[in-house]
Ligand binder design. Structure first.
Ligand SMILES: CC[C@@H](C(=O)O)C(=O)SCCNC(=O)CCNC(=O)[C@H](O)C(C)(C)COP(=O)(O)OP(=O)(O)OC[C@H]1O[C@@H](n2cnc3c(N)ncnc32)[C@H](O)[C@@H]1OP(=O)(O)O
Ligand code: CO
Length: 149
């Protein structure tokens, strides 16, 4: 039987536009919020991170290729503090990864999409992020996130 040659390379795959980057869960306390994910068997990716511009502390768990981010407020005017007061703990937003955030914001703005920030803002781990209003998102707060090159 003849051998079939298969082309294998170790090249890094091209990054995709719009894969699910993370889901974010609002919690008053990172340890309490982490308990179910630790019980399932996930471990945090590195240390907790404060994102001061958003008033949050983040603990991230990698689940397959998607992060589960637990968000706890670090100050009273944090969006997470408002969310916990009005809606309680639980799912806060989903984030889709984009290759060029400025280009995607311009494209969606031209369609009338209501971004909650005029310019990209700093996110976790050196990312740039922008949020779309949950009413526009059919009841879901949607984040677009661009990772550093
Ligand atoms: C960790 C850093 C970074 C990362 O790297 O990933 C982050 O993820 S930071 C995450 C925290 N930052 C943000 O959320 C910034 C953007 N958020 C906001 O600007 C506000 O939170 C908000 C989405 C505009 C909500 O603010 P609120 O004052 O509650 O606005 P409204 O009162 O006008 O609410 C409008 C309407 O929308 C409903 N709502 C609110 N939040 C959510 C939500 N998370 N998911 C779904 N729906 C939401 C709210 O109940 C209102 O509905 P009605 O009562 O029916 O009008
Ligand atoms: Co996020």
């Amino acid at each position: 039987m003849g051998m079939t040659a298969h082309a294998h390379t170790n090249a890094t795959p091209e990054p995709l536009n719009f894969p699910l980057d993370h889901v974010a869960i609002a919690t008053p306390d990172l340890d309490t919020g982490s308990a179910p994910y630790r019980a399932i068997g996930l471990t945090p990716e590195g240390p907790d991170e404060d994102v001061d511009t958003q008033g949050v502390r983040v603990r991230a768990f990698m689940a397959g290729g998607t992060l589960i981010e637990l968000l706890a407020p670090t100050r009273d005017d944090s969006p997470i503090a408002a969310h916990l007061a009005r809606r309680g703990p639980g799912l806060h937003h989903i984030a889709l990864r984009v290759l060029d955030l400025d280009a995607e914001m311009a494209r969606l703005r031209a369609q009338g999409a209501p971004f909650l920030n005029d310019e990209p803002r700093p996110g976790r781990a050196g990312t740039r992020v922008a949020f779309l209003h949950p009413k526009w998102g059919a009841g879901t707060l949607i984040e677009l996130v661009e990772h550093p090159a």
